[in-house]
Design a protein around this ligand. Structure first.
Ligand code: PEP
Length: 260
């Protein structure tokens, strides 16, 4: 089982940077150094921070981030341990590169690579077996929300994407409405709170009551301006951040919500 990153207990919030397919070596190094500097200057945070750069930068950035107490994560991994899967990366390879976590089932992978929830579940099982914590993404499309199906759609994704193995200490769920990713649009507090409660209830049911350590993150157009409002919603245990994580200052403006 993956150890909690911080010292304040398993339910510490997490802020995750998802750089997606952005960053050549120089720019990635500058960004990581900027985040590390802000973290070191900012004092204790009541949250853990994970940076998920492109796989080409994992080795490059590991030491800089680790020295600042920032964990490293992958953005995807294969369900197989090794083998004839040209272009893919296995979970043991991420672990071997210093990752503690991997994002799985991001809506861009579901849309661009046809990843089903069942496939996400298989990947999650493999990642847990490799000792990684998994950040499983779920979220409804705009049409599904407009049709009143958001709770059912996300519930179905959670049910099918959760591996049998693992529990609240090593599985994180990120609620990311597809229509809020990169659009500047955010669900209202009631919608976010309702979905996070729904996910937590379902997890509790599926994992025989093991829910106390579960972190349910919100993702979708989180920025330094709206972070305080979003992260204060009951049941929101941190954020998965895309666009705003490509600026050290903007990303830090979000993490700083958990500062003292
Ligand atoms: C994401 O893609 O995981 C994400 C949350 O992106 P953004 O913050 O840019 O909406």
């Amino acid at each position: 089982m993956t150890e909690p990153l911080g010292s304040a207990g398993a339910a510490r919030p997490i802020v995750v940077a998802n750089w997606k397919m952005n960053g050549l070596r120089r720019a990635g190094r500058d960004l990581a150094e900027g985040i590390a500097r802000l973290k070191q200057a900012g004092g204790e945070l009541a949250c853990d921070v994970i940076v998920c750069p492109p796989v080409t930068l994992l080795f490059e950035l590991h030491d800089t981030l680790a020295a600042a107490g920032i964990a490293l994560g992958g953005q995807n991994s294969h369900a197989a341990e090794k083998g004839a899967h040209t272009g893919d990366i296995s979970a043991p390879m991420l672990a071997d590169s210093g990752c503690s976590h991997v994002i799985l089932g991001h809506s861009e992978r579901r849309a661009n690579h046809g990843e089903t929830s069942e496939a996400v579940g298989e990947k999650a099982a493999a990642a847990l077996a490799a000792g990684l914590g998994v950040i499983i993404c779920v979220g409804e499309s705009e049409a599904e929300r407009d049709a009143g199906d958001a709770l059912d759609v996300v519930g179905d994704q959670v049910r099918k994407s959760l591996p049998e193995q693992g529990g609240s200490g090593d599985i994180v769920i990120a609620y990311e409405p597809v229509w809020a990713i990169g659009t500047g649009r955010v669900p209202n507090a009631e919608q976010i709170g309702e979905m996070h409660r729904h996910i937590r209830d379902l997890f509790k049911q599926l994992k025989s009551g093991d829910v106390d350590g579960l972190r349910v993150l919100y993702g979708g157009s989180v920025n330094a301006e709206n972070a305080a409002d979003i992260l204060s919603i009951e049941g929101v245990d941190g954020a998965l951040v895309g666009g705003a994580s490509l600026s050290a200052e903007k990303f830090w403006g979000i993490c700083a919500h958990y500062g003292h």
